[in-house]
Design a binder for this molecule. Sequence first.
Ligand SMILES: [Zn+2]
Length: 278
Amino acid sequence: MGRPYWNRHKARRKSESEKRLVCEKYLHISTMTLTEEIRRCLRMPTFDNWQWEDEEILLLLQQMYVDLDLLKKFDIDLNVLRKFLCQVYMNYNEVPFHNFQHCFTVSQMMYGIIWCLNLPDKIGDLETLILLTSCICHDLDHPGFNNIYQINARTELALRYNDISPLENHHCSVAFNILEDPTANVFRSFPPEVYKSVREGIIRCILATDMARHNEILNQFNQIAPEFDYNNRAHINLVSFFSWHLWEARRRKKTTELVLPVFVPASFWEVASNLEDD
Ligand SMILES: [Zn+2]
């Protein structure tokens, strides 16, 4: 067996009881109605991600599903969504970057893109559900050390996944383990073939977050960008990868000029680029 990928004793992780308390607080406020103003701002790239307590972030994530009308469209029980979000919260670690706050920042940016581009009309509700849920789950149980470390140190994760995107495989696996519990499985009412395509979609999105694939994916998108077609399935599949990597590229201050005008209006990123530096 390889070296542990993660030392729970040394990790800066909130105690389980502290996290449970946050979940209790969230469940307590989870029936609150957010103001129109907050719901409107939540859709904007200018949304202030940093002023919220964890239980409030959970409420904002819940609101994203509600405002995209995903609960009604997919017969998702609100209490199951709440349990799912709590489980997600319990499985983020207090590591310096890939923590629950980062999960929210990325999800909120994607939520902004979804509204900005009116993605549900273009890629469909199911793909939108996949995209949002993938963002929320994309760094679950991140140990704080990257793939290169995992591979060089021959950790449990590197051995389990044969050095192939060990972290991303792990985030995805944790997500589907959460979903194995019917009381937290937001997709539990889906017919098997729909569940299968949601699973495929989430795996595709989360595995695409491996930054080793960054250039490959941006290049692919740049190639199809001039004739991008929302009716082309292969192009739509690239949207999810692409939105993600565009965000990462922006975060890493790498140029995205080629793809910007075609896809996300430049004005969106001008505002967004002032928001986070890390
Ligand atoms: Zn991340």
